[in-house]
Design a protein around this ligand. Structure first.
Ligand code: HXC
Length: 510
């Protein structure tokens, strides 16, 4: 028996070495960790249980019959993050460049099936060269099976992709169908076709970083939800993110012990809004002062920064935050901001995470660039997302809520549950100057007259009371009490049951 046990340990040791010491060292030299090292850092110490360590491919073409490595380029299994179960797979770049074979795909789909059946999140760590070139259509079929399961699991269990190396060809589309993608700066890149193919097809010369590095996807394309300095930091942040997420769409948000007083009044919020309505301020200040312990996990921080999205906690329970950012483009809604926020609202709604919206928006961004780029449809995405969401929706208008953007930003009319305004709120069709220039075009030559008209318009509409008189605003609240009011509101709405009429699915303007 002892011999058998020793044999098992020997086999395990060989499998754990993946593509061998030299390739692991090459991985380290590039500033990247090996697959099992990454899993070790992501999960609670000693909690990882690996599956299918001895799986090998069955390909015999191109000399592959003699080239087998146990595990076949992906490490799969489950473990815990702060005691909560997650399933994880990590591509092993040291084994055939982490490329996907039929057997490799089976390991992933087995894990996806388990995660969906047992209703816990899946985290995929990518560092791979795409389809196993020697396998041909068997590898393509494998990808298809993974993709199909991504879609089945969408909205049932959270799916997170962490890109920690090359991610090309078939490897990009599975992450693209998960809920979140995060990258590591300088060592990861994602593209459908790499620089060489780009050169052949379009004659464009571009580096891997310029084509699909974190500097592209976390800033320009919005493919990535965040980018971190190195593997260690990325894995640490994933643990933090998982703490905010429910295990599945019926589990409810996790509840963590908190030490922040729910009655904490923030007197400084009473002076957050500048006297000059055109002067910006940082909406992060409000977010951080309202959330438990100022703990905010921001998504897409560097993309469409005119809107802020992310997770926080109120009384230990996760909430989704969406907020216009007056500091960037005056907080205007444009196509990018609308898409960014719409996707986030939909994630929160899938997983029953209440949505808190802070509004200071001067409207939609005018101009040909926006209109040609489909602003109508992109803006409609956000409108649609808020309107279809059945989670508790709490809204606080801090300053401007102008025009269509007022309706869109979780207003009462699209079923905001609790709509508060600060006394500084201005709810109107547009700003006073713009309104007067349209209404009193004939008087534009007379500066004094126009100034008086502007004053008149401001007095009438630059406040929350016209909306409050109609019940569109449930209450005008004191800024320093915002945290308490929101926490009480969330309590009041905890039992919310709202159902859309039966449908196969809706038809959000894609
Ligand atoms: C088999 C692969 C491989 C692949 C890499 N390797 N990619 N083996 N199939 N797709 C192997 C290499 O032969 C090498 O083996 C080892 O992995 C490391 O690769 P290197 O090239 O030495 O590493 P590096 O210089 O860092 O370059 C990494 C890379 C490059 C940029 C990922 O390997 C590359 O361009 N690979 C091919 C990418 C690709 O075109 N994939 C197919 C996409 S099409 P040894 O033994 O030397 O260590 C696709 C279609 C699916 O995915 C579509 C479904 C929708």
């Amino acid at each position: 028996m002892q011999k058998i046990l020793e044999e098992l340990e020997k086999r395990r040791e060989t499998a754990r070495m993946g593509g061998g010491k030299a390739r692991i060292e090459r991985q380290h030299a590039k500033g990247k960790l090996a697959a099992r090292e990454r899993i070790g850092l992501l999960l609670d110490e000693g909690s990882f249980e690996e599956f299918d360590m001895f799986v090998e491919h069955r390909c015999t073409d191109f000399g592959m019959a003699d080239a087998t490595i146990p595990g076949d380029g992906v490490v799969t299994g489950w473990g815990t993050v702060n005691g909560r179960i997650v399933y994880v797979f990590a591509k092993d770049f040291t084994v055939f460049g982490g490329s996907l074979s039929e057997a490799h795909a089976r390991k992933i789909t087995k894990l996806q099936d388990m995660a969906l059946q047992n209703r816990a999140p899946v985290i995929g760590i990518f560092d791979a060269g795409g389809a196993r070139i020697q396998e041909g259509v068997a590898a393509l079929g494998g990808y298809g099976e993974v993709f199909w399961r991504n879609v089945q699991a969408s909205g049932v269990i959270p799916q997170i992709s962490l890109i920690m190396g090359p991610c090309a060809g078939g490897d990009v589309y599975s992450p693209a169908m998960t809920d979140f993608i995060f990258m590591v700066k300088d060592t990861s890149y994602m593209f459908v076709t790499g620089p060489d193919v780009v050169k052949t097809v379009t004659n464009e010369e571009v580096s891997a970083e310029e084509l699909g590095g974190a500097s592209v996807h976390a800033v320009k394309s919005s493919i990535a939800d965040g980018a971190y300095e190195n593997d260690l930091e990325a894995l640490r942040q994933m643990r933090r993110l998982i703490d905010f997420l429910p295990a599945n769409n019926t589990a409810g948000v996790p509840v963590w012990p908190g030490f922040d007083d729910i009655k904490r009044a923030e007197m400084s919020l009473d002076t957050l809004i500048p006297t000059n309505p055109n002067q910006p301020y940082d909406m992060h200040e409000l977010i951080l002062k309202v959330l438990d312990e100022g703990d905010f996990f921001e998504l897409q921080e560097k993309f469409a920064a005119n809107i802020i999205t992310g997770f926080g906690r109120m009384e230990g329970r996760s909430v989704g935050i969406i907020a216009n950012q007056p500091k960037v483009l005056a907080g205007v809604l444009d196509s990018d901001a609308s898409r960014k926020a719409a996707r986030f609202v939909r994630f929160c709604d899938c997983f029953d995470i209440p949505v808190i919206t802070f509004v200071d928006v001067p409207g939609f961004l005018p101009g040909t660039a926006q209109e040609y780029g489909g602003l109508i449809k992109h803006g409609a995405k956000l409108l649609f997302a808020y309107a279809e969401a059945t989670v508790p929706k709490l809204t606080v208008i801090t300053r401007k809520a102008y025009g269509g953007a007022y309706d869109v930003m979780s207003s009462k009319h699209i079923r905001g549950d609790l709509n508060y305004a600060w006394p500084s709120a201005e709810i109107a069709v547009m700003g006073a100057k713009g309104a007067v220039e349209i209404l009193y075009r004939s008087e534009l030559g007379d500066k004094d007259k126009i100034a008086a008209r502007i004053k008149e318009y401001e007095t009438r509409f630059a406040n929350p009371f016209v909306a409050a008189e109609r019940g569109y605003i449930d209450e005008v609240i004191l800024p320093h009490n915002t945290r308490l009011r929101l926490i009480r509101g969330l309590k009041m709405l905890a039992g919310k049951k709202a159902q859309a009429p039966w449908k196969k699915h809706d038809n959000i303007p894609l």
